[in-house]
Design a protein around this ligand. Structure first.
Ligand code: ZN
Length: 416
């Protein structure tokens, strides 16, 4: 039993929080461990529903190129050379950044996710890791992936300790065959996982798909059975009215990636208000650090809020709604009871210094969390009742940064 004493909740209440077996409980008796919060502000841990965490190693690569050139000339050649040591260094840096900026759960899509499970476990975060599936419409490649990916998922389950779980992550409609997409869904059902896919990110993708199949990417995915309650559609920028009602009807979630969409000039913005009003579970993601360029969910919340207001009006989205998107909605999308500091919910929580300049004055604490906070104000982070950061200190931070710098230089130089 853990007792976090004397915390201030976002509604102003001062209370004590009890944690047992990784979840909040209503009251405790004898506590083995006591943390004195000294009236710090308790905030649910943030959930990043779309990222490629190890891409932190490619932060700042190929700046200013158009998407096509950026992928073909900058990103893909470097990714092609990435070895386990690079991905591991990138993942560790990503976990450090996420802990430091308030994330407690993330939904990843990348490579060597079985190997990365131990890194994430070591850093203490909760995660859903999806081995990226790209078959390029090549049936032989698909068969190879069908032999390989179930083993990756089994390994994630084995090493994940219940905190790190697998998902099926077919990349997108234009990189994965119908057979590959259908198989992803079957495999997700078999292992009881969700599906994570990029959808309708650019106008070109939607236009090409309608031309090629007569259907929008969203309708096409639905026809293949991929639009379900445990599906996360990343980006979902260019949606028709029909797409929006279909997503809501199926109960799928969308991940709003406002910063990446602006940086890569993907158009939009995503039809946040229309989606949320239709009943869709809207969540927030950063995308990889190469297109953001950070994994800071506070920035993501602020930019999401601004972009929605810019499109729909200043009263269109209260800060509380944005905070829910980044917390409880994200957890729900990934099938985890968390994102709220309430009895029975996962004990994933931050303590924020209410006296930090960026939180002062406290007229509207929720607005401060969404619009003004500096990550330095986050002093403490806990996942599953285990402390990951205390007094702003994450163990080994300096070494993790040095190793990432070294691995990044090594990766660049290998190509010279
Ligand atoms: Zn992405």
């Amino acid at each position: 039993m853990l007792l976090v004493r004397d915390v201030r909740m976002l509604d102003g209440r001062i209370t004590d929080l009890y944690v047992s077996d990784g979840v909040f409980v209503s009251e405790g008796d004898a506590s083995d461990e006591v943390i004195d919060a000294e009236r710090s502000l308790a905030v649910p841990g943030l959930c990043n529903t779309h990222t490629h965490a190890a891409m932190t190693l490619l932060r700042g690569v190929g700046e200013g190129m158009e998407l096509d050139r950026w992928l073909n000339e900058a990103i893909w050649p470097l990714e092609g050379r990435m070895k386990k040591r690079h991905i591991e260094a990138g993942m560790r840096l990503a976990c450090l950044e996420m802990i430091r900026t308030g994330t407690t759960l993330f939904n990843d899509m990348y490579f060597m996710e079985d190997e990365m499970t131990s890194v994430v476990r070591d850093m203490g975060l909760r995660a859903v890791l999806g081995e990226g599936l790209i078959d390029g419409f090549d049936m032989e490649k698909l068969e190879r992936e069908q032999r390989r990916i179930p083993g990756v998922n089994a390994e994630i389950l084995k090493r994940g300790g219940g905190l790190v779980m697998p998902s099926m992550s077919p990349h997108a409609v234009y990189t994965v065959s119908q057979e590959g997409l259908r198989w992803s869904r079957e495999e997700a059902d078999r292992i009881g996982s969700g599906t994570h896919i990029h959808a309708s990110e650019t106008e070109k993708e939607v236009h090409d798909w309608i031309e090629r199949t007569g259907r929008t990417p969203v309708r096409y995915l639905d026809d293949l059975g991929l639009l379900q309650k445990n599906t996360v559609l990343a980006h979902a920028v260019h949606l028709s009215d029909g797409d929006i009602s279909l997503i809501a009807k199926r109960g799928a979630s969308v991940s709003f990636n406002a910063i990446s969409n602006m940086k890569l000039a993907s158009g939009g913005p995503m039809r946040f208000r229309d989606l949320a009003d239709a009943g869709t579970n809207v969540t927030i993601g950063t995308d990889g650090a190469a297109s953001n360029n950070s994994l800071d969910m506070f920035q993501a919340m602020k930019v999401s809020s601004l972009l929605v207001r810019n499109r729909y009006g200043a009263s269109s989205v209260p800060p509380g709604e944005i905070l829910r998107c980044a917390t409880v909605n994200g957890y729900r999308a990934l099938g985890i009871k968390g994102g709220l500091i309430e009895e029975g919910y996962a004990a994933d929580m931050l303590l924020v210094d209410p006296k930090h300049y960026s939180m002062t004055p406290g007229h509207d604490l929720v607005s401060n969390i969404v619009h003004s906070i500096s990550p330095e104000a986050v002093r403490f982070s806990m996942v599953n009742g285990v402390v990951l950061m205390k007094d702003g200190h994450v163990p080994d931070a300096e070494r993790i940064v040095d190793m990432a710098q070294e691995a990044a230089m090594d990766l660049i130089q290998e190509g010279v």
